[in-house]
Design a protein around this ligand. Sequence first.
Ligand code: SF4
Length: 105
Amino acid sequence: MEILYAILILLGIGALLGLGLAIAAKVLHVKEDERIEEVAKKLPNYNCGSCGYAGCKSLAEAIVTGKEENLRKCKPGKEDANFKPIIEYLEQHPNSDGTKVKVHL
Ligand code: SF4
């Protein structure tokens, strides 16, 4: 009988902790700018770091947030395959205040 109580107590603790994590995930969720993911998809995705960022997604985030304007920081990137699609995408998806994301080759 005591083992049954121990199991029930552990199950209860597990359920409470799981519920706490689920609530924290909902409350603390930070909505990411979907343009970051789209720009990251258009980069070569080698994650080589030769751009000086931790990976393609980090460069994409820097581009979208305006911290990086030079697309040629991505050394393996190709103008037609990567950079032009990014420029076109960002022209079509401006910032929430209507300003364009500044990028150049
Ligand atoms: S240089 Fe280009 S391919 Fe390499 S991590 Fe940076 S964005 Fe990705």
